[in-house]
Ligand binder design. Structure first.
Ligand SMILES: [Zn+2]
Length: 262
């Protein structure tokens, strides 16, 4: 029985790693710091509030998240669409790209969106030294501060890798690890087609979802085109699009009461 549970956890983790965002700027090192296979399963970290996949709520709220940007054409196009549909979102930015396009991250904040740390070089955290992990977090944070005047308390590790060491390090740095709803991984970085991206989100939409998309996918505008379908349809169904922090503030206990100061 115990073996079966471990096997299921292993399969789930493998699926998570396979289906998560790519690591185009890999800079792996030999010293394993945050290994790809977490030492404990999702429930362990979720119950403690160490890592967030989605947020239990009865309200019709969804958090759209965009990784790997900013991108000089896709990010402004996405911001325009979000504005058109009165939607707020969260951008998990890569510091080295922020340094090249700081005005776009500034615009994200100015228009009411949230910015999260997605490291500086998008290095894989699978085999990374503590020093390199620290530098990825710190440099990512510095780039956001330089672009917008303030840092962030949200962090999304590249590829969704996590373990005890990374959870501890994130806490030390005042960062909360945010992943995404497993049923809302659009795989848009694989360029599966506009309608497949849109269908994934629309078919699975539930209260409290955190949707994973990318505003930087090399030579692709599929995410932008899919948003033109997703935003009006979900709005028609009564959903509001909020930042991750706003979604977290609507976390409910099983009895429906909203938890304050969580
Ligand atoms: Zn990424």
């Amino acid at each position: 029985m115990k073996y079966n549970r471990l096997l299921c956890a292993g399969i789930a983790v493998s699926l998570l790693c396979i289906s998560s965002c790519p690591t185009p700027y890999t800079n792996a090192q030999n010293t394993s710091y945050a290994s790809p296979a977490p030492t404990k399963g999702r429930a362990y970290y979720e119950e403690r509030g160490d890592i967030v996949w989605e947020v239990p709520t009865h309200r019709k709220l969804i958090a759209l998240t965009f990784d790997d940007g900013p991108d000089e054409s896709n990010t402004p196009a996405i911001l325009d669409l979000l504005q058109k549909y009165d939607a707020k979102a969260t951008f998990f930015v890569v510091g080295s790209r922020v340094e090249k396009l700081p005005h776009l991250v500034k615009r994200e904040r100015e228009e009411g969106h949230e910015v999260g740390n997605h490291t500086f070089l998008h290095s894989s955290f699978q085999y990374i030294s503590r020093n390199k992990a620290l530098s990825e977090l710190d440099q990512g944070q510095t780039s956001i501060v330089q672009a917008t005047g303030a840092g962030t308390h949200l962090f999304r590790p590249p590829g969704g890798s996590y373990n005890d060491s990374l959870v501890k390090l994130s806490k030390e740095k005042g960062l909360k690890i945010i992943l995404w709803s497993w049923h809302q991984d659009t795989l848009d970085w694989r360029k599966p087609g506009v309608y497949r991206i849109a269908d994934k989100v629309l078919r699975n939409a539930r209260n409290g979802d955190i949707v994973l998309m990318h505003d930087y996918v090399h030579q692709s505008t599929q995410t932008v085109e899919a948003l033109k379908i997703i935003l009006p349809e979900l709005k028609k169904r009564g959903y509001s699009f909020v930042t991750v922090s706003e979604l977290l503030s609507n976390r409910e206990k099983p009895d429906g009461l909203i938890e304050v100061n969580k």
